[in-house]
Design a protein around this ligand. Structure first.
Ligand code: C5P
Length: 235
């Protein structure tokens, strides 16, 4: 994987819609894509294999969170899919994260990158305190979870672009920050509340940006993707 990547979120309900979107791109252009729960639960592992065969690098965004043994065994299954990045919830704890790494590592020692979700960006301060009963402030919690993931040997975290710089300071420059919530300066924010442009995200220390609707819903998705890459790489 290159250090800086624009990852397109394939938030589509089925195979045909997904392939129609990917077919917009010319043969030699293969964006890094994210397959999330919607598409995976709809079409399964065969969809992952098909997209891989087409030559796209893949972030499989299934956000595992279960007992260590189950996560180890599931990661072992996922390691047989030829994907580049998978993830889990850091709130599953260090035993779960270490088990995930074990399961993900193939017999030859290779493995996809493993990154952790710290706190979902949909979780606000009130939910953290009143529902999850976490008294520490949000930024402290995010950094603590990131540090825990780094200590367990994970490769990075999913976080808000607003948190990327602090994560880098705490966990080191090589610890990856993968950040959704990206919008063009002249675009709709949709339901994302804390957003950043690709250019600002680059300046904030984001290694990979995850972009969904600004590309998938654009009149010209290929142009929108190229604009995003340009702004991110030149940022
Ligand atoms: O369409 P949009 O650019 O908002 O898509 C962002 C993608 O990143 C979606 O697939 C969404 O599920 C994902 N995501 C997010 N916020 C998080 C974690 C993942 O927006 N905290």
């Amino acid at each position: 994987m290159n250090k800086k990547e624009v990852i397109v979120a394939l938030d589509f309900p089925d195979r045909q819609t997904t392939l129609d979107f990917l077919d917009c791109f010319p043969d030699g252009e293969k964006p890094f894509v994210k397959i999330g729960m919607e598409l995976y639960y709809s079409e399964g592992a065969s969809m992952v294999r098909e997209i891989r065969r087409r030559g796209h690098p893949i972030f499989l965004d299934l956000k595992l969170h279960d007992i260590p043994n189950t996560v180890r065994r599931t990661m072992s299954v996922l390691s047989r899919l030829d994907v580049d990045m998978v993830n889990l919830h850091a709130s599953g704890g260090s035993a779960m994260m270490r088990a995930a790494l074990e399961g993900l590592t193939r017999p030859d020692g290779s493995r996809p990158l493993l990154i952790a979700v710290t706190q979902l960006t949909s979780t606000d301060a009130r939910t953290l305190k009143e529902e999850l009963l976490i008294d520490a402030p949000m930024d402290y919690t995010v950094l603590w979870y990131a540090e825990n993931a780094a200590r367990c040997g994970l490769d990075g975290v999913v976080c808000s672009p607003l948190e990327a710089a602090a994560v880098k300071r705490r966990c080191g420059g090589t610890f990856l920050t993968v950040t959704p919530g990206i919008r063009f300066a002249d675009g709709d924010t949709g339901d994302q509340k804390r957003v950043m442009t690709p250019e600002k995200a680059a300046q904030a220390g984001c290694d990979c940006i995850v972009v969904g609707r600004p590309v998938t819903q654009a009149k010209n998705p290929v142009e929108a993707y190229r604009r995003c890459v340009r702004e991110f790489l030149n940022g």
